[in-house]
Design a protein. Sequence first.
Length: 71
Amino acid sequence: MGLNVSLSTDDPLIMHLTDEPLTEEYHIAQKVWNLNNVDISELCRNSCIQSCFENVLKKHWLGKDFDNEEI
């Protein structure tokens, strides 16, 4: 639908049941909204794009065309 959605943790020391709160968030989202691996990959990519990482790190993790909206 064109929305740039991502996941993040909120109060990971208080509200989570595992030692990996972000992984837990992705797992819960996958189950609740019946997301497939492509959907989860898109969420991960969006999270990286929206992060405060420098572009050089984004290029390293997402590829040189990470900011191409057509991908």
